[in-house]
Design a protein around this ligand. Structure first.
Ligand SMILES: Cc1ncc(COP(=O)(O)O)c(C=O)c1O
Length: 423
């Protein structure tokens, strides 16, 4: 593990990282663009762009045909499934592709809902994105009861005692985020899965926000389902579902007759976005190469991915050590979520802030004019903005760091926010 800024910079090989992403060299009104909008979707390396256009140039075809481009398409999709299996630590047939996490979650909630009715309960949290709330709330029309888990307002962490008390013998499913896309909190997912399983409930994990920042091991977590979206971790606009083989085989999806009952085919309906799937292997390979740059002795792609996330986490935490104290020193700034450096392992580098006298939209607009791409509003973490009472006042300004951001960008952001606040 690197210990000094110099070693961290070497470990991440930031010059190599930035050279992979063509979009990072853009300017806005003569100012270098600074991409702090990763939580809404990250930039992509050139190899992802090449894989997508290369597929369309050479292999554009439907699947399962008796000719070359169709067979190449089948092989390409199998390769992408293997890449995602390495990324999540499972087997390729436990991976299903879909348009995005929200659509996949509605599909799973419909299938699980077929078995639920009055007396059954689902546990959700106030920290979650609405894509891990509304698909489950939809089951209220079947008589299912929803229980919402509270947060600790002071640091926007989940109230684990409340969570434990809400899981009962009636609970059929606990749906929780791996990390919050608004305030960055990383949840103790392994413990949440344990609490769910203890009373016979399934655990459904939304890893969309966590995936670009940390390693995922579905076997170690023992979760029943885990969903993520490749456009949040340097890939194309696609959703990915992991499901334990036994669930994918047993649950009944709504599907067309031509879909076989084999997994994962029974969970993938119609023609998928093949060109984007082609980009998925490229994005996982990019991350594995990042790991090999950080630690040339790593062997398999899975081990290289773990090395990548070690380097990514060290770099992002170093940036946070500048950004958080710098923001808190600006008059009128309120940061929502964990702020102490010794707790950084419990947060992603995603900051929700409000500044007295300035609406989040005004701040995002002024920053945008100066080349800093941030977000304002609730970013669908609606339960949280309502719970914290900021929904009616424009939500938060969200500053989302990714591993391609630099110390210099953070310093310039701080100087720009200081200037905006000073008027
Ligand atoms: C935490 C989290 N969950 C779910 C989603 C929804 O993902 P998708 O756009 O793939 O449906 C998002 C998107 O921002 C998110 O941040």
């Amino acid at each position: 593990m690197p210990t000094t800024q110099q070693e961290i910079t070497e470990a991440i090989d930031l010059a190599w990282v930035r050279s992979q992403f063509p979009s990072l060299s853009q300017t806005v009104s003569g100012q270098p663009a600074v991409f702090l909008d990763g939580p809404g979707g990250t930039q992509v390396p050139q190899r992802v762009i090449d894989a997508i256009s290369g597929y369309l140039q050479r292999n554009n075809a439907n699947t399962c045909g008796a000719y070359a481009t169709s067979r190449n398409t089948d092989a390409m999709i199998a390769g992408a499934r293997a890449a995602m299996a390495d990324f999540l630590g499972c087997d390729p047939d436990e991976i299903a592709f879909g348009p995005n996490m929200t659509t996949l979650t509605f599909a799973i909630s419909r299938a699980i809902g077929r078995e639920l009715g009055p007396g059954d309960e689902i546990v959700l949290t106030h920290l979650d994105h609405d894509a891990n709330v509304s698909p489950w709330r939809a089951l209220e029309e079947r008589g299912v009861t929803i229980r919402m888990v509270e947060i600790h307002e002071e640091d926007c962490t989940l109230d684990m005692n409340d969570l434990a008390s809400k899981i009962t013998a009636r609970t059929k499913l606990v749906a929780v985020g791996y990390a919050s896309n608004a305030v960055g909190t990383i949840n103790d997912v392994k413990e949440i899965v344990r609490l769910a399983h203890r009373l016979g409930a399934m655990a459904y994990i939304d890893a969309v926000h966590y995936a670009p920042h940390g390693p995922i091991d579905v076997r170690a977590l023992e979760c029943d389902f885990l969903v993520c979206s490749t456009y949040k971790f340097f890939g194309p606009h696609m959703g990915v579902l992991y499901g334990k083989r036994e669930h994918l085989q047993r649950l009944q999806p709504y599907k067309v007759r031509a879909n076989t009952n084999a997994i994962p085919n029974r969970w993938e309906w119609g023609t998928l976005n093949h060109e984007c799937i082609a980009g998925i292997t490229a994005c996982v390979d990019y991350l594995a190469d990042l790991g090999r740059h950080a630690n040339p002795s790593v062997g398999s792609r899975r081990v290289a991915l773990l090395a990548a996330f070690q380097a990514i986490r060290a770099h992002e935490q170093a940036l946070l050590r500048t950004l958080i104290p710098g923001l808190l020193a600006i008059p009128g700034v309120k940061l929502y979520g964990i702020s102490e450096a010794k707790q950084f392992n419990r947060r992603c580098p995603t900051l929700a802030v409000r500044i007295e006298g300035h609406s989040p939209l005004e701040l995002a607009t002024k920053l945008g004019e100066r080349g800093f791409f941030t977000w304002d509003g609730n970013y669908y973490a609606l339960n949280l903005t309502e719970r914290l009472g900021v929904e009616k006042d424009g939500g938060f300004l969200r500053i989302g760091l990714a591993h391609y951001n630099t110390e210099e960008e953070v310093e310039r952001l701080l100087a720009t926010v200081r200037a905006i606040v000073a008027g």
